[in-house]
Design a protein around this ligand. Structure first.
Ligand code: HEM
Ligand SMILES: CCN(CC)c1nc(N)c2ccccc2n1
Length: 290
């Protein structure tokens, strides 16, 4: 399968910056969502899940076709709760319906990371909506009840190495788990909507206790009310992952640098960009004094 980015001569950076600003202003405005966490984290998750169906063995899935918009994919149990992110983006798609769904979902995730004070994520337009027949089957997204070998194997399908895998998991600095969505719960107390390296600091500094929660899922809980999935905790059980966790816990800039390149790679997996395809780095609202 080959997906070539469509170059649209009529659209320039300010067209996309306008959409970025619309999303960013809506995140700022609707701040009460999910106990005042806001829509940032779930927009990041939508961009990640619409990209995480990619399979390098046949270059299928991924963000290009915007197939999350079809029932088969949006009703994947792994996507429970993401309807809220899709509903958030609906009015923006109606106003700017020249953009493809794949570009919108990934632009929303880039906007959410940057507006949470995270690193700048370079972004390239050109994804093209594919028909419903191209929707990948359920089951391509990861299952949290697993250890390091599973995590390494899963990320290999997305062409990600250990460093990229650890960096990407650092996005769990944002938001929380929701029992009704995934059968996991927490962290409790101050859930975060700022993009930092605290996920790695917590992994190393908290006391973790493996607990079976009421749904029969296992998760690691800490006395301070933090939690880790088994796939999170795997990052300190495996010696290669642990080394990288320590680097990112001690050097936030290094985490930011790796996250930016890994997240762009994740959002662009499966797409061939022609020579001269434009790449944009959007300004945050703060940088525009908005
Ligand atoms: C082995 C890989 C991964 C597993 C098993 C996993 C699993 C999960 C689970 C179970 C939740 C809770 C969903 C809910 O209950 O609402 C979650 C939330 C989240 N995930 Fe992951 N995840 C993985 C990788 C990633 C990656 C690569 C990113 C982004 C780069 C990411 C970003 C997020 C965000 C931002 C949330 C919070 C969403 C919210 O607050 O609504 N995750 N993840
Ligand atoms: C770093 C602690 N937090 C956010 C305050 C956290 N920790 C997690 N382990 C986590 C796992 C999946 C989704 C969100 C998550 N958030």
């Amino acid at each position: 399968i080959v997906h070539i980015a469509a170059l649209n001569k009529d659209r320039k950076i300010d067209d996309y910056q306008r959409i970025y600003n619309k999303i960013a202003e809506k995140i700022r405005e609707e701040d009460e969502y999910d106990g005042y966490i806001g829509y940032g984290p779930i927009l990041v998750r939508l961009g990640w899940h619409s990209s995480g169906t990619y399979d390098k063995t046949n270059n299928s899935g991924g963000s290009y076709g915007g197939t999350y918009r079809f029932k088969l994919e949006s009703s994947d149990p792994s996507n429970n709760g993401l309807q809220n992110a899709a509903k958030f983006l609906d009015p923006i798609y109606k106003e700017f319906n020249w953009i493809s769904h794949g570009d919108l979902y990934t632009l929303g995730a880039v906007c959410a990371v940057q507006e949470a004070q995270g690193p700048k994520i370079p972004w390239r337009p050109g994804r093209v909506d594919l028909p419903e027949t191209e929707t990948p089957a359920n089951g391509r997204l990861p299952d949290a009840n697993n250890g390091a070998d599973y995590v390494r194997n899963f990320y290999a399908r997305l062409r990600m190495n250990d460093r990229e895998a650890v960096a990407l998991t650092g996005a769990h600095c944002l938001g929380r788990t929701h029992y009704k969505n995934s059968g996991f719960d927490g962290p409790w107390g101050a859930a975060s909507n700022s993009f930092t390296n605290e996920f790695f600091v917590n992994l190393l500094n908290e006391q973790w206790k493996l607990e079976k929660n009421k749904s029969g899922n296992y998760q690691y809980d800490s006395p301070k009310g933090y939690m880790m999935l088994k796939t999170d905790y795997a990052l300190i059980q495996d010696p290669s992952y642990l080394k990288i966790v320590k680097e990112f816990a001690n050097d936030e800039a290094s985490f930011f640098k790796e996250f930016a390149s890994s997240f762009q790679k994740l959002l662009e997996n499966g797409i061939d960009y022609p020579k001269g395809a434009p790449q944009y780095i959007f300004k945050t609202l703060d940088e525009q004094d908005i």
